[in-house]
Design a protein around this ligand. Structure first.
Ligand code: PEP
Length: 254
């Protein structure tokens, strides 16, 4: 947590979920009472096929709906892609960009992630910019250098707390059940905060830095209590309303 920053728990459903998964979304929005919603923002990023119906279902509830990726262009000959404008048209408010699965599976680079972030801003979306080191880089002691480089090259000038959220996701912790030690998470998030403040000043102090990688109800309280961890990006555990809400509940009494 960081004093004066409202945390965010964002679920990334990845390529999971047909229409029946929306039952879980309805349960999530019902579980977010006003008291909890005052303490933590909550969001779900379903597959693109479900965005519009998800925003319709969560209308007038505290649950925010986002997307998992967008193209940098607003429209055009890009078969299979969706634009930030299309996400906004479906009433989505957030968009994850630069998730390590997209960097690996689709060859996305820091430059393309930066362009997608600009596209999010153009459409009025908040970008969740993901960065993270691989296991080999972590083992070689290169995490700080890699993350500093990714942060500098993936986040455009003009980033501020209202348009950008950073997600630190060690690649080796995603979907593996492994997490860095609390001390490691604390020192990486402190480093990221320093880099944001050096570059952006006051907005860098206020930007949220999420941790992602095997967050679940059993470890959420410990991870979310770390200074400069301003919420979580949650994959697997965001598919079940019970688990997602249990992670949000960590903030009820803090
Ligand atoms: C993710 O893919 O963003 C993620 C954090 O996944 P998981 O929580 O399943 O490790």
């Amino acid at each position: 947590m960081t004093p004066d920053i409202k945390p965010l728990v964002a679920g990334n459903w990845k390529m999971n979920g047909a229409r029946d998964q929306l039952d879980q979304l309805a349960l999530m929005s019902r579980g977010l009472d006003d008291e909890l919603a005052a303490k933590v923002e909550s969001a779900v990023c379903p597959p693109a096929t479900l965005i519009y119906v998800a925003t319709t279902l969560s209308e007038d509830t505290p649950l925010i709906v986002g997307a998992q990726d967008c193209h940098a262009e607003a429209s055009g000959a890009h078969t299979g892609d969706i634009s930030a404008e299309m996400i906004a048209d479906c009433l989505g408010e957030l968009c994850i960009v630069g998730h390590s699965e997209r960097r690996t599976d689709h060859g996305e680079t820091d430059a393309s992630v930066l362009a997608k972030t600009v596209a999010c801003w153009r459409a009025g979306l908040t970008a969740i910019v993901c960065i993270g080191e691989t296991e080999a880089q972590y083992d070689a002691g290169e995490a700080e250098a890699v993350l500093s480089r990714q942060l500098a090259a993936s986040v455009p000038d003009g980033a501020k707390e209202t348009n950008t959220i950073i997600a630190y996701e060690p690649v080796w912790a995603i979907g593996t059940g492994k997490t860095p030690s609390p001390d490691d998470i604390a020192s990486i998030h402190a480093l990221l905060r320093d880099r944001l403040v050096e570059r952006f000043g006051g907005p860098g102090e206020r930007m949220r830095i999420l941790y992602g990688g095997s967050v679940k109800p059993g470890n959420a309280a410990e991870i979310l209590s770390i200074l400069n961890v301003d919420g979580a990006l949650v994959g697997g555990a965001s598919l079940k309303a019970e688990d997602f809400l249990a992670i949000c509940e960590v903030y009820r009494d803090v």
